[in-house]
Write a protein that binds this ligand. Structure first.
Ligand code: SAM
Length: 213
């Protein structure tokens, strides 16, 4: 069991991701963004099919890995800003940036002072690796980044997750709900089950959040 984030071998994990399908959370995020606010009379225009010269909506992805979801977002018409601590993903992100409007930074999330304004902020299976002491500051940056009416789609790990004994941010349901106070709408799906991780058998406790600012 790795107790510290820096002991986790994210580069091995990321190297094994080539060829996997897009995460369902990214697909749901784009669908939710297309629907717009619940009280909207018309569906919200997405970036899908944005022509040259059109202003693209912006997406931020925290913990992009090799950029599978970033490519999906770019293909949906978004201009995408990606962040990941793992330098081994840089070649894949450079190749992606040659084909799509994707801007990548290698950095730990907890050191980012300002995130770009985002119509959509996506983070798949990453935010809980941020140390607890830094999570509040990162969350404030996330809240500031998502534009009014913009979407948030994230995974968080819960306090009953096997990895909750490692460093990181592992939350109770009420703590997740507290984070979402003041958001226009928020759907939280909590799951707990025995399954597998990249490293072997694991008890998972996850919260999948789809919210609107
Ligand atoms: C479990 S992987 C998920 C990657 C990708 N989102 C996916 O769904 O396959 C977690 C990712 O977060 C990155 N990561 C972990 N801790 C981080 C931190 N503190 N700051 C930035 N990135 C981090 C890792 O390098 C890794 O790419």
């Amino acid at each position: 069991m790795q107790r510290r984030t820096e002991d986790r071998d994210f580069s091995a994990y990321n190297a094994a991701q080539h060829g996997r399908p897009v995460r369902p959370l990214a697909v749901r995020a784009v669908e939710a963004a297309a629907q717009g606010p619940a009280d909207a009379a018309e569906p919200r225009p997405t970036g899908s099919g944005a022509a040259d010269g059109d202003e693209r909506p912006t997406a931020v992805e925290l913990g992009s890995g090799i950029g599978i979801e970033a490519e999906f977002l770019a293909r949906q018409g978004y201009e995408v800003w990606t962040y990941d601590a793992d330098p081994s993903v840089e070649p894949a992100l450079r190749q992606l940036a040659a084909r799509h409007p994707v801007h990548h930074s290698t950095t730990v999330l907890e050191s980012i002072a300002d995130l770009p304004s985002a119509d959509l902020l996506l983070s798949c299976a990453t935010l809980s690796f941020v140390p607890r002491a830094a999570f509040g500051g990162l969350w404030r940056s996330i809240v500031a980044a998502v534009r009014p009416g913009g979407g948030l789609a994230i995974d968080l790990f819960g306090e009953n997750d096997d990895w909750a004994v490692t460093d990181g941010t592992f939350l109770s349901r009420s703590q997740v709900e507290d984070l979402l106070q003041g958001w226009a709408s928020a759907e939280v799906e909590e799951r707990e089950y025995d399954g597998r991780s990249f490293g072997g058998p694991k008890h998972w406790h996850t919260f999948t959040v789809i919210a609107r600012r």
